[in-house]
Design a binder for this molecule. Structure first.
Ligand code: PEP
Ligand code: CO
Length: 444
């Protein structure tokens, strides 16, 4: 592995899952334009997240990462963003009460626009067109025009990310995220379950505690008027990631300032590939998805390339085996990493190993598979002497019908009612809250 890294040194490697643009001159113009636009996050925020991830690794915090499989431009609106933030904050309140730990909140948001696909093309009724690769690359409609990779979409994605980021910052800095106003925190369209009743009690005791603390400290507790919230996305489209990579003015190297936590997908983590080359040089904390095909020695080599100094908080391994495979895969990897004394934060993506197609043609996931994989992950890490320090979920704050099971016991015949995802099925609001209660039990 060569040691001379530059923001574009990945270009001499094989880059999987990249779009093929017809007009390279137009792409270059767009990239030049992007490189001059302001970053979406700052290096100080990125460093602060890394410290919090190091705390999670040390057992003093837990990471809640979640959001859409793929954001869509059409969903860049006030309501959708607010509901996503709301469900993640509500889940974190449940988790704080259950785990008595700090919860690090990270959205798959404000830039989660590029998707890896299993095939380059899709054929319908004899017509073969490029696969839909996310709104940053092409459009989901099945026409030649919509499926053609369009470089202008890079700018549109940057703008939507900035608009989303701006609204998230405004909401999390005060008003909405103020814990003095529990009326902002009521549950919506959630059935009367033991979990929801516990949640109402939790809100009441939270208000009591806040009042008590304020009487004792004779003033308003400023820290309770805002929440920390970080962003993440899969760093898939390397030309975009490179354009948002900036030299740090403190001479601390290069940061990807399009997001706080970029991650490498399971399909692009080849050790000699372009993604690993790009990621090894940036200063952000980074994630890697780890699926069933990785061997223990391959994982150890990958960790050493991505985190050569063994820095705590730098690397999060997000495993996604599926409920049937986790028991045979995770112990081998977790034990190997522990024995090699490598500092990683372990997180469980309980979604991507549990996807299946239904008879009526939907992609779905079963709530029971998701919860079983989470419970197994906690147990296996305990048995291996490692610690599950985070959870990675695809979820939405809306009442969609994409995953089966959960408190409403959705069945395959319920899926057509409100199935909106263009890619993977997400937990709806009620299912996501139920997972928070389950996680909270696991911490006890
Ligand atoms: C995803 O997180 O949406 C994804 C594609 O995951 P993976 O890389 O684990 O397949
Ligand atoms: Co997905």
């Amino acid at each position: 592995m060569s040691t001379s890294w530059k923001p574009d040194s990945w270009q001499s490697r094989v880059a999987a899952q990249q779009p093929v643009y017809a007009n390279r001159t137009e792409v270059d113009e767009v990239l030049k334009n992007l490189a001059q636009l302001p970053p979406l996050v700052t290096a100080w925020e990125v460093d602060r997240l890394q410290k919090q991830l190091a705390a999670a690794q040390a057992g003093n915090a837990f990471v809640l990462q979640g959001g859409d499989c793929s954001e869509s431009f059409a969903d860049c609106n006030a309501n959708t963003i607010l509901r996503k933030l709301k469900v993640l904050i509500q889940m974190s309140l449940v988790l704080i009460c259950g785990s008595k730990q700090r919860i690090v909140r990270i959205g798959r948001i404000a830039g989660q626009y590029a998707k890896p696909r299993s095939t380059n093309t899709e054929t319908r009724d004899g017509l073969e067109l490029p696969s839909y690769r996310g709104d940053i690359i092409n459009r989901s409609g099945f026409t030649k025009d919509e499926r053609e990779p369009n470089p202008q979409l890079l700018l549109r994605a940057y703008e939507r990310s900035a608009l989303t980021m701006n609204y998230i910052r405004a909401l999390s800095e005060g008003g909405f995220a103020d814990l003095h106003h529990p009326e902002n925190w009521d549950l919506e369209f959630v059935r009367n379950t033991p979990g929801s009743r516990k949640y109402q009690q939790l809100l009441e005791s939270l208000s009591d505690s806040i009042r008590f603390m304020e009487v004792v400290s004779s003033g308003e507790l400023d820290q309770l008027t805002r929440v920390d919230f970080f962003t993440s996305h899969e760093g898939l489209h390397l030309l975009y990631e490179q354009a948002l990579t900036r030299a740090d003015h403190r001479q601390h190297g290069y940061y990807n300032l399009s997001t706080h936590l970029p991650w490498i997908g399971d399909r692009t983590r080849a050790i000699d590939g372009a993604h690993v080359e790009y990621f090894r040089g940036i200063r952000n904390p980074i994630g890697v998805k780890v699926g069933n095909t990785i061997a223990a020695d391959e994982l150890i080599d990958l960790i050493k390339v991505l985190n050569p100094e063994n820095t705590p908080g730098r690397l999060t391994l997000i495993h996604r085996f599926g409920v049937d495979k986790i028991a045979s895969k995770l112990p081998i990897l977790a034990t190997a990493v522990r024995q090699a004394n490598l500092n990683v934060l372990w997180s469980c993506d309980a979604m991507h190993g549990n996807t299946h197609a239904t008879r009526n043609g939907f992609k779905t996931r079963s709530f029971d598979d998701i919860t079983s994989e989470i419970i197994s992950a906690f147990r296996i890490h305990r048995e291996c002497g490692t610690r599950l320090g985070g959870i990675h979920l695809e979820l939405t704050g809306e009442d969609v019908t994409e995953c089966v099971g959960g408190p409403a016991n959705l069945t395959e015949s319920d899926l057509p009612r409100d199935y909106r995802s263009q890619v993977d099925p997400r937990l709806n609001y009620e299912q996501a809250m139920e997972i928070a209660f389950l996680l909270s039990e696991q911490h006890k």
